[in-house]
Design a protein around this ligand. Structure first.
Ligand code: NA7
Length: 558
């Protein structure tokens, strides 16, 4: 009996986060010789890395967990409606241990290069420990927000206190008591950190470049009785998530914005603002995403709520965004964020007025003055969606580099395949539906689809799959076209590829990163592709005359 090789695999999965864990579960169940390569010392992805105070779900916990296992659903008890990072990491470990998935994972194993070997129809990988591995199929489960970015500021290494990006928050507790703390960035992460540490630090100074719209999280505990009621409803919960554009329980208000009176709209918003979670964003009228006037009205409403919560009117005005409307980028959910600015130990520095100039040995300097700190927290975001791909030297047919192919914009077929990069699959890639949804709901769809695709390949003796240039061009044009309807296209956010800290991603360069048609349409589209014999993907066997029923076109390779 031949032993499976430890350097060649049928499938290599890159990344042991939410997607990688489920992907390897599916492959292990099929008995496929597969492994997961993970750069971090352990599994968990986002929930392994982001250990900053206040890190938690903005999805309802019970809609975020995996739906694939009845046993897991029965056994796991979510403790909070929006579960915090330590609990989320515990959950992912629970799942991995339950199905004994760790034995299929390799940690501290960063993939540095992946080159397609056309002659042998294989991917050849170089990993950080110097090993060379190969596989027939490569699955990218690298995460959407896994490449943190720091500002490009002079003197950053000079600072003598402690400083870290929120993604790299130390694993051992950081004692902030009595400390002078700076937070740079007021995205979802900054807003979570600020809400959590405001009353636990000596002094907190927030460096805000542009304010972000945000709304209350309204978190609560989940009692054993609540959890029993949730368990009884799981089928219904997941069915609702599958039906809604964002993969949440929140269903859009399908009445027309102008079909109801202004009083009715205000009454709805009063109710939604005080409800938990994304209700105010996703249970709202659909026009707020597409119609300037509707968007202005909801933005004015939220601005008033901010004014009611912040005592100093001058500070309140600084916290109200002017350059984009409510909901056109992902809405951070907060706990006591605006109230933080009512505290004597919390100060706001508006970088729009006085930009940062440099980091000094003792703190930060703006165009106006110098500040001294013990700790600087960089909550400055990510090289989103394509950043984790760009970091790996990925080369396809003829040595084409993926980072070159995607320099201006990603281009994919269904967010799953890339022309010129055969046998590479993305269960939650750029331009997929899963990139803009309640993440695990999209991931399960993507992983199930990719797994069924691989089963089709194996069942039909096929060894090479490549999206056609035409199919890719058509999908990418479709994704692009859908942005035309959305006010989102005007926002400078990670959804449109904006990041001032990454060369080429600064202002003025919109990137078509996500499929905006909602999960239900996306699922219909990818299922139709599968039902049509994987239309748009050229499938090949090892020799001419691959088995019948193979779909696509068979020709000689290798
Ligand atoms: P975001 O949403 O990209 O936010 C990053 C924040 O950092 C944002 O306020 C930026 O200001 C600010 N930033 C970035 N670079 C700088 C520099 N150089 N100087 C000053 N301020 C800067 O990332 P998050 O981590 O908060 O959230 C990401 C997602 O995680 C979120 O949507 C959730 O889905 C979970 P800007 O607005 O660009 O002016």
């Amino acid at each position: 009996m031949s032993m499976p090789s430890d350097s060649h695999f049928e499938v290599i999965v890159i990344g042991a986060g939410v997607a990688g864990i489920y992907q390897i579960k599916r492959l292990a169940d099929l008995g496929v010789h597969a492994t997961v390569l993970e750069a971090a010392p352990d599994l968990g992805g986002t929930w392994y890395n982001n250990r900053y105070p206040g890190a938690r779900f903005d999805s309802e916990s019970y809609t975020y967990g995996y739906s694939f296992s009845k046993e897991v659903l029965e056994e796991w008890h979510w403790l909070e409606k929006y579960s915090p990072q330590p609990e989320n990491l515990k959950y992912l470990n629970f799942v991995a241990e339950k199905f004994d998935l760790r034995r299929h994972m390799q940690f501290n194993c960063r993939v540095e290069a992946a080159h397609f070997d056309e002659a042998n129809v294989q991917w050849r990988l170089t990993v950080s420990d110097g090993r060379r591995l190969s596989c027939r199929f490569l699955i990218m489960a690298v995460g959407l927000l896994s490449m943190p970015t720091l500002p490009r500021l002079e003197g950053m290494a000079r600072f003598k206190g402690r400083s870290f990006h929120t993604f790299d928050w130390p694993h051992e507790p950081v004692d902030l008591r009595g400390k002078r703390v700076a937070v740079i960035g007021t995205g979802a992460t900054g807003i979570q950190v600020i809400g959590e540490i405001q009353d636990k630090v000596g002094d907190l100074t927030i460096f805000q470049r542009r304010p972000n719209w945000s709304a209350p999280l309204n978190n609560s505990r989940i009692s054993p009785e609540d959890m029993a009621a949730i368990r009884a409803r799981y089928d219904e919960i997941f069915a609702t998530c599958a039906r809604t554009p964002g993969g949440f329980e929140h269903e859009p208000d399908r009445r027309g914005f102008n079909e109801v009176s202004r009083e009715e709209r205000l009454a709805l918003w009063d109710q939604l603002y005080d409800e938990p979670g994304f209700g105010i964003w996703l249970r709202n009228f659909r026009e707020i995403f597409t119609d300037e006037d509707a968007n202005q009205e909801i933005s004015d409403y939220i601005a008033d709520r901010i004014r009611r919560r912040v005592k100093d009117p001058a500070v309140a005005e600084k916290l109200i965004p002017r350059d984009h409307g409510f909901g056109v980028q992902r809405v951070p959910l907060e706990t006591n964020y605006f109230e933080a600015y009512n505290r004597d130990n919390v100060h706001l520095v508006d970088l729009g007025e006085t930009p940062l100039v440099r980091v000094t040995e003792t703190g930060l300097e703006t165009t106006e003055r110098a500040f001294d700190f013990d700790v600087i927290v960089y909550a400055t975001g990510f090289d989103a969606i394509t950043g984790a791909y760009d970091r790996i030297d990925i080369r396809g047919v003829g040595g084409e580099e993926l980072r070159d192919a995607w320099r201006d914009n990603p281009s994919t077929y269904l967010g799953i395949f890339i022309h010129g990069f055969p046998n590479l699959l993305m269960p939650n890639g750029p331009q997929s539906g899963s990139a803009s949804t309640n993440y695990p709901r999209g991931i399960e769809v993507g992983v199930d689809w990719c797994t069924a695709f691989l089963e089709h390949m194996w069942a039909n003796g096929l060894i090479r799959a490549e999206a056609s240039k035409e199919a890719e061009a058509e999908w990418t044009a479709h994704v692009r076209m859908m942005y035309a309807r959305m006010l989102m296209r005007k926002a400078k956010s990670w959804f449109t590829g904006y990041n001032s800290n990454v060369a080429g991603h600064e202002e003025g360069t919109i990137r078509y990163f996500v499929y905006n048609g909602g999960m239900p349409k996306y699922v219909t589209t990818i299922n139709a592709c599968a039902a049509n014999g994987y239309e748009g993907v050229t499938l090949e066997g090892p020799t001419l005359g691959a088995p019948p029923g193979a779909g696509g076109e068979a020709r000689l390779t290798g």
